[in-house]
Design a binder for this molecule. Sequence first.
Ligand SMILES: [Zn+2]
Length: 214
Amino acid sequence: MINLCRFIPLFFCIVSVGCVSATPSPAPVESRSIEASAPEETVTIGGTTYPVPEAWIGQKLDAPPLKTPPLVQIPQALTKDQSNIYILREARDALVLMADAAQKDGVSLRVDSGYRSLWYQRKIFINLMKKGRSFEDLVRYVAPPGYSEHMLGTVVDFSPGNWRFAKTPAYAWLRKHGGEYGFSESYPKNNRRHPWESWHWRYRNPAGSGTMKQ
Ligand SMILES: [Zn+2]
């Protein structure tokens, strides 16, 4: 925001008909970024800066890094492959209650992913880009660093963490009962900005509005 303010006078100079410059403008920013209604958002990965895609603009999360505590471990029996996965206590407690209720209905909920730090999210990109994937390709499926709800400590991905999850009894059960435990889909089918992620569920307070206190 501060940077943008610095460049606004320059922008007016560039676009104003009455403002004639004798030399080509040495504008340090592209006109595209100035003309946008909001300042361009970027992420830096491995020393290179990339523009944030339109679908994620305005959705950067201001979430501090979390440690244990307040993060607590999800019982390994509720995770895929007995993994060490952490989320905030209130979300974990709600998850355990929910998984228990699902089990009583004959449905197994298994968690594939929980808290992920900004550092970790960036590492995902670095590792995949080392294998030849481009940022533009990856960002169609993976939230850019700083934009992933997994930073909040209130989000879990259920297994399988892909499109197949939508066809499972677990998904059907969650659709019916997840809300009773404060969980909701962040990127439901036919949402206007992001691909459908049936496996990605976020805990909010049981009232179903706002963000839980951390
Ligand atoms: Zn997720």
